[in-house]
Ligand binder design. Structure first.
Ligand code: TRP
Length: 333
């Protein structure tokens, strides 16, 4: 019997994958493949809650899949798929929406942020029900653990509430998932404003490093990174920029902050920035090369997402059948 715990996570195919996403999410996922039963999806259904150019969306979905593979997600170990290929996500989302409350969804901070300056009359309903779809993603596979960033914790809390509410009303059905906070979870901030999270949708491209940035671009962006007016490579008040670069170096080399402070004692920011760039380039160069190889190999990508959808659908169809039975629908013949 498969006693491995199930891990599930998803990424929106929007913007580009930054080193923040890489360190904080995808690189950890590759390590978890050995110990868990993993499902990783590209959440295209979530992506359309904001307006998308269909041609670009389709292209980006393929690019994200190629990136997942290039970063080391292995389809022989993990289930990799597009959310829209498993129709049960939408079905379970509907069922869960009937036990979700207007009040709790109105309290979601992401919803409030995304609709801040808008009139009710033109706020898409999909933005409002977004967390219910996310709950469906997770509960459909009876996931035990969900690796998410801090910005998604509230959505996970809602998922737990919906799972418990359903179980309470209809009898035991769903595993109540736990958030999974990776042991080494360096928080990487923007290169142009070190107090802000590094975001893949930042308008200023100099504020983030994309996983597929060319070496000269990576070097240039690090050289321009905002630091303080001092010259010492160490942590401290007002030195968030340097500290962020130290976190990046630590995440890419395994060196501790103390190691880095020692190594760069007496050296200026210029040397340090070049060294940070170098270790990032060293790790990302093979990733970028594999990415372009995968992207060219459309047949292979298709075989990956086809098989992923088949595996995911098998589990999802079993869950939805049970859910429909609990809800009182007549069995489909
Ligand atoms: N909402 C998540 C985000 O924007 C993406 C997501 C969708 C997700 N479904 C999920 C994450 C299920 C974890 C599990 O980051």
């Amino acid at each position: 019997m498969d006693k491995k715990k199930t891990i599930l996570s998803g990424v929106q195919p929007s913007g580009v994958m930054t080193i923040g996403n890489y360190i904080g999410a995808v690189r950890n996922w590759t390590q978890m493949q050995e110990d868990y039963n993993c499902l990783y999806m590209i959440v295209d259904l979530h992506a359309i809650t904001v307006r998308q150019d269909p041609v670009k969306l389709r292209q980006r979905c393929m690019e994200f899949l190629a990136l997942y593979l290039a970063c080391g997600l292995d389809p022989s170990k993990s289930t990799l798929f597009f959310q829209s290929h498993v129709h049960q996500h939408a079905e379970l989302s509907w069922a869960l929406s009937t036990i979700s409350y207007m009040g709790e969804l109105s309290r979601m901070t992401q919803f409030k942020d995304k609709t801040k300056n808008k009139q009710d009359a033109n706020i898409g309903v999909g933005l409002f029900t977004y967390p219910v779809l996310m709950a469906a993603d997770i509960l459909l596979y009876q996931a035990d653990l969900v690796p998410v960033g801090i910005d998604q914790k509230q959505h996970l809390e809602l998922t737990r509430n919906l799972a418990e509410r359903f179980n309470h009303q209809f009898g035991d059905m769903f595993t109540v998932p736990e958030p999974y906070i990776p042991k080494i979870g360096a928080k990487i901030t923007s290169l142009s404003d070190p107090l802000k999270k590094m975001s893949k949708s930042d308008e200023n491209v100099n504020s983030f490093i994309s996983v597929i940035d060319e070496p000269d671009v990576i070097l240039r962006k690090f050289k321009r990174a905002v630091t303080d007016s001092g010259s010492e490579v160490k942590r401290g008040e007002g030195k968030e920029g340097i500290e962020n670069l130290m976190s990046i170096m630590s995440a890419f080399t395994g060196k501790t902050f103390e190691d880095i402070e020692g190594e760069f004692q007496g050296k200026g920011y210029g040397d340090f920035k070049c060294a940070v760039a170098e270790c990032v380039i060293d790790e990302l160069t093979p990733v970028r090369e594999r990415y372009y190889d995968y992207l060219k190999n459309k047949d292979y990508l298709q075989s990956v997402y086809k098989e992923g959808a088949e595996r995911a659908s098998y589990i999802a169809s079993k869950t939805i059948k049970k859910v429909y039975r609990k809800l009182g629908f007549v069995d489909k013949l």
